[in-house]
Structures are given as structure tokens and as C-alpha cells.
Design a protein around this ligand. Structure first.
Ligand code: MN3
Length: 248
């Protein structure tokens, strides 16, 4: 399988909108410029998967990845766009939408969360081995005692979360790290989240994320997750978050 071009999801992936589709060169450029501008304003594009469907084998199987990205994630995106159609939210950032989500329709919370959370999940994964940076490692040790203890605490949050949802590593506004979990498609950017902060790392613990390969053994899926964490991405998000960038 051909490896897909890596696209930074955190950067709102203007590159993703730059696939030339016009026939002539001039048309191509016009199309690219127009699409890129729209992407900068709204950012609500459907992202390319930053790795091939089979890239995370054996930890996440190809069939699960295809269904998860092409059916589940795409479905949330379509429904989210339908829910914000012809409203000012079409040009509102995800961070700003989540910041007032308790005042909005549940379709926006659920589908906007499903759209955003999966983008961050793909960004959290990679077939390439990577390590936490010295900066985040020092903060992890300070907050959780050791790197192994952090992994154990994060795994526990993911394993013990009841029902569908997500586990997170986040940075709060006082630059403290927290491990938290959210139900359904909620996330820590939402105004009514129990613990709020900028997401740095996440794992999807909905059954659709692992059931084909792991059946009811959620714990095995979570243990395997550590083999494919994209620390390069987490390191970058941490650096930006420490500079006050609320990443959408
Ligand atoms: Mn999912």
C-alpha cells in the first residue's frame, strides 16, 4: 500500500486543501488559493490520514483503520458540517465552538467532538518509533512521579473508563499536566468538561476502535497503543501549548 503524505493536523492542514484539482495550471493555482484561504478561515476540512491503513499493524489492524477513518470519522465530519450549515460556526474554530458547546445543539457537540477527537487520535499515532522530548518528560516526571507511572495512570484511565469515550493527557492553563477521560465524543476543550485543558495525547476507547481485532479485551488494545504513540507530535503540541496556543 502506498504511504500517504504526512499532513500536520495541528496546523489545520492547509496542505490538505492544496491538492490540485483544476485542469489547467492557472485554474489549479486559483483553486488552490481559494481552497487554502477557506481552510485557514474555517479549518473544517476532512483530514488525510497521516499513515497508510496497514501502517499500524499488528497493533491496529487494517480493517479497523479503514472502517474507523472512512466510515466513523467521515460520518462525524459529514454530520458536523450538516449541523453547522449556514451558521456562523462554519467559520468558527473548533476551540471556540467547544468553548461554548453547552449552549449549542447536541448534534454539534457529538459530531464536532467526533470530528475533532479522531483528528487528534490519528495525530497521536505513528508507525515510526519516537520518544518524549526532554521538556515534556521532565514535566511528566514532576506530575506523575515517573514515565512508567504516567503510562500506568493513563492506561488505567483508558481501561477503567465506563462505556464509550476517550482518555487524555492535557495541559491546563497553569501548565499542569492531567490525565482525564471523557464520555461519548466529549473532550477537555468543552466548556463543561470536568477537567479542562489543551489535549496533547488521546486514545479512543469506543469499541469500534478495537473490537474487530481485540474483541472485549480493551486492556490489550491499550497496552499495544504504547507501541505506536507519536511522541514527535505530542512533543510539538506540548511546546505550542506551553506558549499558549490553544490547538484546534
Ligand atoms: Mn472512534
Amino acid at each position: 500500500m502506498k504511504r500517504r503524505q504526512f499532513i500536520s493536523l495541528a496546523g489545520l492542514g492547509v496542505a490538505a486543501a492544496c491538492t490540485p484539482t483544476g485542469k489547467g495550471k492557472t485554474n489549479q493555482n486559483q483553486k488552490v488559493q481559494k481552497t487554502a484561504k477557506t481552510a485557514i478561515v474555517s479549518g473544517h476540512f476532512f483530514p488525510a490520514l497521516p499513515f497508510a491503513f496497514d501502517a499500524l499493524e499488528p497493533h491496529i489492524d487494517t480493517r479497523t483503520m479503514k472502517l474507523h477513518y472512512d466510515k466513523h470519522h467521515r460520518g462525524y465530519h459529514k454530520k458536523f458540517l450538516a449541523a453547522i450549515n449556514d451558521t456562523p460556526l462554519e467559520t468558527t474554530s473548533m476551540v471556540d465552538i467547544f468553548g461554548k458547546v453547552s449552549e449549542l445543539d447536541d448534534a454539534i457537540r457529538n459530531n464536532g467532538g467526533g470530528y475533532y477527537n479522531h483528528m487528534l487520535f490519528w495525530e497521536s499515532l505513528s508507525p515510526e518509533k519516537s520518544e518524549p522530548s526532554a521538556r515534556i518528560l521532565s514535566s511528566i516526571v514532576k506530575h506523575f512521579g515517573s514515565f512508567d507511572q504516567f503510562k500506568a495512570d493513563f492506561s488505567k484511565a483508558a481501561k477503567t473508563h465506563f462505556g464509550s469515550g476517550w482518555a487524555w493527557l492535557i495541559l491546563d492553563e497553569d501548565h499542569k499536566l492531567h490525565i482525564t477521560s471523557t464520555a461519548n465524543q466529549d473532550n477537555p476543550l468543552m466548556d463543561d468538561a470536568a477537567i479542562k485543558g489543551i489535549p496533547l495525547l488521546t486514545i479512543d476507547v469506543w469499541e469500534h476502535a478495537y473490537y474487530l481485532n481485540y474483541q472485549n479485551k480493551r486492556a490489550d488494545y491499550i497496552d499495544a497503543f504504547w507501541n505506536i504513540v507519536n511522541w514527535n507530535s505530542v512533543n510539538k503540541r506540548y511546546k505550542k501549548a506551553m506558549h499558549g496556543e490553544w490547538l484546534g
